[in-house]
Design a protein around this ligand. Structure first.
Ligand code: AMP
Ligand code: MG
Length: 380
């Protein structure tokens, strides 16, 4: 599936708008940071020497207003944290280690050379690549981009996502329910997961189980989005119209059905560079297959590494293996990475997603995975 994901284009983004975006370039520092030697303390710049000296205060170096010259023997220059230390030869004696009187200080401690100096380039060196292509920009990355000299960064475009929920039984949140009707929750959960995966949900729609309606809705969604997520209607029932409608619009099936529980009916196809996911309608199956298929695809479309959400953890209880399908078990994790199932695991039991930190993959086979066994966990 990931092989058929084509990265989106790029655009320049101001740093104050770039949270969560993925870099589409390397960021190289245009200067040393700090760009000048400066003081790590509030205190006085003095010529290095022993305690007990009386030094005349001859000037001040403040943040943004450097002193003209370093102190000579017998002199001290008042300095604030982060302010320039001229030539960087002296040392800084903290204000707590002096007695100040009549325009002079008495040093109450030795001052070794270069004491409490922060040298230029100690954080970042000019020409250094500080951020790499494919990095997701969080607070620290944005801060580093700024100190490297940037006001904007080239980022991958945000994938536009359409979420279509199919089913004649579906009613909007809060609606009165008639016989056999249910509240439509996949539009909410899948929309939220897409947003959390840094997608832009441009369309969310409920679609009746009817061939014409399904075709119309898919047509609109293919226009509005780069990634189309459908839920329901991809099984083999007489009211499952999604696959023929996708075929009608020239969406090419790449796979249908996976050896996964929950998630067996999952469908994936492409049309040009657009990705189409037909997810099972069951609320848990829809979320699980989003996390295991759609989320990595959204990451790759943005040029990000889709594999960073995997860890290993240990099961806290025996889990019978499914003979034919890998099982995505909803688990909570403690700080020692012990994985405990969240409760009943039916694909219709949405509460099993509450407090689930990850999906523990219990591989298909005979017998059981044992308490203490290591499993791969896809973090949610
Ligand atoms: P389907 O895949 O269409 O056969 O649906 C499987 C199950 O998921 C049925 O019980 C549906 O009622 C339920 N379901 C389908 N779509 C949704 C939805 N959007 N929200 C909540 N439940 C759904
Ligand atoms: Mg249905």
């Amino acid at each position: 599936m990931l092989d058929s994901v084509v990265p989106l284009g790029t655009e320049d983004v101001p740093v104050d708008r770039a949270l969560g975006r993925v870099l589409a370039e390397d960021v190289v520092a245009d200067r040393d940071v700090p760009s000048f030697d400066n003081s790590a303390m509030d205190g006085f710049i003095v010529v290095p020497g022993p305690a007990g000296r009386r030094l005349t205060i001859v000037g001040e170096s403040r943040a943004g207003a450097p002193a003209d010259a370093p102190p000579r023997e017998g002199e001290a220059v008042r300095v604030s944290t982060g302010a320039v230390v001229p030539h960087g030869e002296g040392g800084v004696i903290p204000v707590e280690q002096v007695t100040e009187e009549d325009g002079a200080i008495v040093t109450n401690a030795d001052v070794p050379p270069a004491q409490h100096l922060r040298r230029s380039g100690e954080d970042v060196e000019r020409g250094q690549t500080v951020l790499h292509h494919g990095t997701r920009l969080h607070a620290a990355e944005l801060g580093v981009a700024v100190i490297a000299g940037r006001a904007s960064v080239t980022c991958s475009l945000i994938p536009r996502v359409a979420v279509l929920s199919t089913g004649d039984e579906l009613r909007p949140p809060g609606a009165e329910l008639g016989p056999g009707q249910i509240h439509e929750s996949n539009g909410i959960t899948l929309g939220a997961l897409a947003t959390a995966a840094y997608g832009d949900v441009t369309l969310r729609q409920v679609v009746a189980d009817d061939p014409h309606t399904t075709r119309q809705a898919i047509k609109g969604a293919l226009q509005a989005a780069d990634v189309l997520i459908l839920s329901g209607g991809v099984s083999v029932g007489p009211h499952d119209h999604v696959k023929p409608a996708l075929d009608h619009h020239g969406v090419e099936q790449r796979f249908w059905r996976v050896a996964l529980r929950p998630g067996k009916p999952t469908w994936f196809g492409t049309k040009d560079d657009k990705l189409v996911f037909g997810l099972p309608g069951n609320p848990v199956s829809a979320m699980v297959t989003f996390l295991l298929f759609v989320r990595p695809a959204l990451a790759k479309a943005q040029g990000a590494d889709p594999t960073t959400t995997r860890i290993r953890a240990r099961l806290t209880q025996d889990i019978p293996r499914n003979p034919g399908r890998d099982e995505a078990l909803r688990v909570s994790l403690d700080e020692e990475r012990n994985a405990t199932p969240t409760g009943p695991q039916g694909s219709h039991q949405l509460r099993s997603m509450l407090n689930a930190h990850g999906l523990a993959i219990v591989t298909a086979g005979d017998g059981a995975a044992r308490a203490g066994d290591e499993v791969v966990v896809e973090l949610i």
